[in-house]
Write a protein that binds this ligand. Structure first.
Ligand code: PEP
Length: 253
């Protein structure tokens, strides 16, 4: 965690009704009221954005979406646009999560279109990248990440990327209880930072926040955050309970 401000983000995936989400968010707000040195975000399902938005108003917890569609409006049944999310109170949008790539056909190209739409409206993209177990075993981790970063950020300029956050999430570590060791994660984060430097320059590579995701829990966050290129975490399972998520947020003790 260099001198960048940490971000701890919770991805609630397809869990919680509007009432359940508001209840968890309310507990979370109570538990993190005093936290001032960490950015906090939760991304509930679309149907709970409104109820959660009401509960987190005037708290350190910000609202995020789990996905968006790149057109502003139109005949796109079932989709939600970046301006709609902005007006629902979102500040962040998770883009290109591996579950979306795996189950919903998202590609580097659609991820790029979504990142552009988010930036255009002023949503901070949390751009997810990561290799599968098979790719890691075939020693393709770095080439896979190189392609995801290059294609995902195609046609974007450094000055458009000052709010972009990258989340490195090895697919084999998501929801499996297997975490990359802090050394494995650090090595990859350093590599991603070097890719940003090569394509977008030194200033952005120094300021961009790179989160780690994949079975982050209260008992492994401290070691991960001790690494110089890990600037926070994207948390799935352990963000669903306010108790465990607030322990992750308060990793410094
Ligand atoms: C995620 O969904 O982004 C994630 C990292 O999940 P988990 O923490 O449950 O592995």
């Amino acid at each position: 965690m260099g001198n960048r401000r940490p971000l701890i983000a919770g991805n609630w995936k397809m869990y919680k009704t509007p009432q359940e989400a508001a209840d968890t968010a309310k507990q979370l707000v109570e538990q993190v009221r005093e936290v001032a040195d960490v950015d906090i975000m939760i991304a509930p399902p679309f149907t709970a954005l409104e109820s959660v938005s009401r509960v987190i108003k005037n708290s350190p917890v910000a609202l995020g979406a789990q996905n968006l569609y790149w057109e502003d409006e139109g005949a796109y049944t079932g989709e939600i646009s970046a301006p709609m999310l902005k007006s629902a109170g979102c500040q962040y949008a998770i883009i290109g999560h591996s579950e979306r790539r795996q189950y919903f056909g998202e590609t580097d190209k659609t991820v790029n279109q979504k990142i552009q739409a988010a930036i255009q409206i002023g949503l901070k993209p949390v751009f997810c990248i990561g290799e599968t177990e098979q790719e890691r075993e075939a020693e393709q981790t770095l080439s896979v990440l190189d392609k995801q970063v290059r294609k995902g950020l195609e046609r974007l300029l450094p000055e458009q990327l000052d709010t972009l956050i990258i989340a490195y999430e090895p697919v084999w570590a998501i929801g499996t209880g297997k975490t990359a060791t802090e050394d494995q994660a650090q090595e990859v984060h350093q590599f991603i930072r070097s890719l940003i430097e090569k394509s977008f320059g030194n200033d952005l590579s120094k300021s961009i926040r790179i989160l780690y995701g994949g079975s982050v829990k209260p008992d492994n966050i401290l070691n991960l955050m001790a690494m110089p290129d890990i600037d926070g975490a994207l948390v799935g399972g352990a963000s669903l309970s306010a108790d465990s998520f607030s322990r992750i947020i308060k990793f410094k003790g």
